[in-house]
Design a protein around this ligand. Structure first.
Ligand SMILES: Cc1cc2nc3c(=O)[nH]c(=O)nc-3n(C[C@H](O)[C@H](O)[C@H](O)COP(=O)(O)OP(=O)(O)OC[C@H]3O[C@@H](n4cnc5c(N)ncnc54)[C@H](O)[C@@H]3O)c2cc1C
Length: 384
């Protein structure tokens, strides 16, 4: 039995896990450094994943996917984490699990028929454009506006920190359509080549270096009615529903990476000689690493539990928010220790834990900051 089998894992999920780990070992690990330098994941890798069916776990069967649920995404994201290149993981997961669900869950039959084939094959790489310079955690505070104009809408505004929007093909973008209502938001499908829709800047980041992140400017962008996604003015509520999946895969990729960092640190400390033995013979190190394994096991278990609740159709906002807050904090603690126990080598660019430490820092900020997640738990914990 594989050590990764858990009580939620079926043979099908185990096969997804194994296929993904094998793919990242062969196709990502040897090339990741070059992609980090280039600031880009080659399109051909995404097409290859499309051909192997790896981009369509959550796409309905009638549209060429496997029609699987949250447990498949949890499994897939954890397995991607084994790549140790989180910039690659997030490029894939924004497409499959952060932007994709908006289209799958809210698209009309015509929209699904028009756009899903490219999503499945990796020809149409998606991004999700919600955050703005003045509104991140407070989604209702966005200012990008969409005003009705004949048989479509006219959009103006700025988006920032948008993953996949420099090299991707379509952004699912949130805009205010009812200025009198804080929550009057609508989602739009905006192909990258749309007139007036520009990448203002490719952003320079602390980590996730092979993932592209854009600042976008919209100047009188015309979007026809058939590219409105979901119900007009209801985008805030429709978007919020997809956030549980987004939170989950961020934990999953982080747990997968932390496990890889732990494994590398165990190997290093058991090899490295000091004080007449190996570093791992020192009680302080072996006990901290044992605690780190327990932390990651707990983070992994809480994520799968929340995923399982979602799979049953249960409300998992409290469980997933708690798992995100807890998981992303402990992933960072684990990465800190893994750098620490590599000593000076842990600070060198050639050591993978140096990169994984930088990559993990965004996890308690993006997709719902720890404090925002804890508020989600706290307001659901008021007794009486
Ligand atoms: C690399 C990267 C990629 C990203 N990709 C995308 C993307 O693809 N699409 C997209 O739409 N966005 C994306 N984001 C944006 C990301 O989701 C936001 O940065 C995040 O939601 C936090 O918003 P903010 O940066 O505006 O911080 P703010 O909302 O200004 O918050 C700053 C800090 O204040 C604290 N805080 C905020 N609210 C509360 C509260 N209610 N209670 C207590 N403390 C609070 C938190 O510690 C938070 O980190 C990305 C960001 C980065 C850095």
């Amino acid at each position: 039995m594989s050590r990764h089998r858990n009580i939620y894992m079926t043979d099908e999920l185990q096969a997804i896990y194994d296929q993904t780990v094998e793919f990242v070992s062969k196709e990502v690990l040897p090339h990741g450094e070059a992609w980090e330098e280039e600031g880009k994941v080659p399109r051909q890798v995404l097409s290859q994943m499309g051909e192997l069916g790896m981009l369509s776990l959550r796409i309905p069967e009638e549209h060429g996917g496997l029609g699987l649920g949250p447990l498949a995404s949890a499994t897939f994201s954890e397995a991607l984490g084994a790549s140790t290149f989180a910039g690659f993981d997030v490029t894939v997961l924004v497409h499959t699990d952060m932007a994709g669900p908006h289209l799958v869950n809210s698209g009309t039959p015509e929209q699904l028929e028009r756009w899903l084939p490219g999503v499945v094959s990796g020809q149409t790489v998606l991004s999700i454009g919600v955050s703005e310079p003045d509104a991140g955690s407070d989604v209702a505070g966005i200012r990008t506006s969409a005003v009705k104009d004949g048989d479509g809408w006219r959009l103006n505004g700025t988006k920032t920190f948008i993953t996949n929007a420099v090299y991707g093909d379509m952004t699912i973008l949130a805009a205010k359509t009812d200025p009198d209502n804080k929550y009057g938001i609508t989602m739009f499908l905006i192909p990258s080549e749309t007139e007036g829709f520009e990448v203002a800047k490719k952003l320079n980041k602390h980590g996730w270096l092979c993932s592209d992140t854009a600042e976008l400017v919209l100047t009188d962008v015309f979007i026809p009615d058939d590219q409105v996604l979901g119900t007009v003015h209801r985008g805030f509520y429709e978007t919020m529903k997809n956030f549980q999946n987004e939170r989950m895969v961020l934990i999953g990729m982080g747990v997968g990476a932390a496990q890889a960092a732990i494994d590398q640190t165990l190997a290093y400390t058991q090899e490295r000689k000091a004080f007449g033995g190996h570093l791992y013979d020192l009680g302080a190190i072996r006990q901290r690493m044992a605690m780190n394994q327990a932390r990651i096991d707990a983070a992994r278990a809480s994520m799968y539990h929340a995923a399982w609740m979602g799979e049953q159709g249960a409300d998992n906002v409290k469980a997933m928010s708690g798992a995100k807050a807890f998981g992303c904090e402990v992933i960072n603690q684990v990465m800190y220790d893994c750098v620490q126990f590599h000593g000076g080598m842990g600070y060198m660019r050639e050591t993978p834990v140096e990169r994984m430490y930088r990559d993990a820092r965004i996890l308690p900020i993006g997709g719902g900051a720890t404090e925002v997640m804890l508020e989600e738990v706290a307001k659901r914990s008021i007794m009486g």
